[in-house]
Design a protein. Structure first.
Length: 122
């Protein structure tokens, strides 16, 4: 499901860049996930809480030990890498930097997938 929404965002950002608005595309990259986390996720949680008598448990104790550190370490590190790369290059992006950012994204995508496969195999 994440790949389906990511492709939509990618196509939108490519069309924005094609129109000569790279800053707007970069803003979209950060604003869309933040909107999903802050607004969409909060609405979903409120509906789940309403349906489940004022409480929900999203993760088991085992899953919390696995996924929470990953979420609170990997996501900020990826964003920090992006900001550092942007600042160190005066916000000028080349093909080499684009490849570096894609490798960073793939690392961020592959690690949770491998952990999930390992967990499902046991």
């Amino acid at each position: 499901m994440a790949i389906g929404t990511a492709i939509n965002g990618l196509m939108m950002n490519l069309s924005i860049i094609d129109k000569g608005l790279p800053v707007m595309a970069m803003t979209s990259v950060f604003a869309s996930p933040l909107f999903n986390i802050c607004i969409a996720l909060s609405i979903v949680f409120l509906l789940m809480i309403y349906k489940n008598d004022n409480s929900i448990k999203l993760l088991s104790e085992e899953d919390q030990a696995l996924y929470l550190p990953l979420a609170f370490i990997a996501i900020p590190l990826f964003l920090l890498e992006f900001v550092l790369i942007a600042v160190c290059n005066n916000f000028e992006f080349t093909k080499k930097i684009g490849v570096l950012l894609q490798v960073g994204y793939l690392r961020f995508f592959i690690v949770p997938t491998v952990l999930l496969i390992i967990e499902l195999s046991f």
